[in-house]
Design a binder for this molecule. Structure first.
Ligand code: MLT
Length: 329
């Protein structure tokens, strides 16, 4: 007679093997329907621009449609929560920027944990920002802007995409650098914030070049500087904030791609391959150059490359935000 302990061990082994076989078959078949790429801000804004640009070659690589879904609100944290709770089957993936690293310090209560609730696909692209004003704003240069803000601090409005957005972070650093608190106007993304800047309903906005380069070139907004230490090839005549005396003013917006925790490794590999294929696509490459966005090198386009960087960014921004004393409940 076969001992009972042997029978249960055999049953457990068969169970494990059939689960592994099912997982393998699932990964082989993946994807057999459209994949949802969640964007945490409004359509038409810079994150959406990057996501929609990538979705076409990603779809080609995956052999299935990649559908962009804008889940907006609370500076990107609603989308991050949605993805953390989604089924880990590879059909929900997520692109988010450095807001993933500032949210833990900005929000007293967060419904997701950037370091434990996700699988990491890889870093994507680094995007500089520009400090803008509506076209008919009275100031034309940075010194004029600073003088105007100081004289009219109760009047000047600064748009952003909510606590956790990079437009918010950039605005915060700018206000701290000039020692003035302005009235801020939150939107669900800098897409709608830009619509209001173009319409003259708000005065100022700090936003990524993936949205702003064409508008600056067309003269539809006023630009006062770029937020990185070197001038941009796409905007050679626009000085950096640093060279105009705001020493050390540096915000470059990194982006990462995530999937819910528990997404199978072979599925993640296919998503990573699709990400790489998208970033090798000649049309995407050229558009990124035109918008002064830097596609990250291959070693950063990995799970480890993203996770390690995210950890270092959480450690970097936590103290800065705590010092600034901004929190959401
Ligand atoms: C957007 O896509 O609307 C922006 O990335 C929001 C932001 O400023 O973070």
């Amino acid at each position: 007679m076969i001992p009972k302990s042997f029978r249960s061990a055999t049953t457990a082994l068969v169970g494990t093997l059939s689960l592994a076989a099912a997982g393998h078959a699932f990964a082989q078949a993946y994807p057999d329907r459209p994949v949802t790429l969640v964007v945490p801000f409004a359509a038409g804004g810079p994150t959406d621009v990057v996501a929609r640009m990538m979705s076409v070659p990603m779809a080609k690589s995956l052999g299935q449609q990649v559908v962009v879904e804008n889940t907006v609100g609370a500076g990107g944290t609603i989308a991050a929560t949605r993805v953390a709770r989604a089924k880990p089957d590879g059909y929900t993936i997520f692109i988010h920027h450095m807001g993933m690293s500032t949210a833990p310090a900005l929000y007293r209560k967060l419904n997701f944990d950037p370091l434990n609730d996700y699988e990491y696909v890889g870093q994507v692209v680094d995007v500089p920002m520009t400090l803008l004003a509506r076209k008919d704003f009275p100031a034309n240069t940075l010194p004029e802007l600073l003088a105007y803000i100081k004289a009219n601090k109760d009047k000047v409005t600064l748009a952003n995409a909510g606590l956790g957005a990079v437009s918010h972070l950039c605005g915060l650093l700018f206000q701290s650098a000039i020692g003035v608190d302005m009235t801020t106007v939150p939107y669900k993304g800098t897409g709608p914030a830009m619509t209001d800047l173009l319409g003259g309903q708000v005065d100022l906005l700090c936003d990524q070049t993936t949205q702003t380069v064409p508008l600056i070139k067309e003269g539809r907004v006023k630009v006062f500087g770029v937020t990185v230490s070197k001038r941009l090839a796409a905007l050679p005549n626009v000085p950096t904030l640093d060279e105009q005396g705001m020493k050390g003013f540096e915000v470059k917006v990194w982006h990462g791609m995530y999937a819910p925790k528990g997404t199978p490794a072979p599925v993640l590999e296919k998503i990573n391959a699709a990400l790489r294929a998208a970033m090798e696509d000649p049309t995407v490459k050229q558009r990124m150059v035109d918008l002064s966005a830097d596609i990250v090198p291959p070693e950063k386009m990995t799970a480890a490359g993203l996770k390690t960087f995210l950890e270092s960014e959480i450690a970097k921004w936590g103290p800065v935000i705590k010092k600034a004393g901004v929190f959401a409940d």
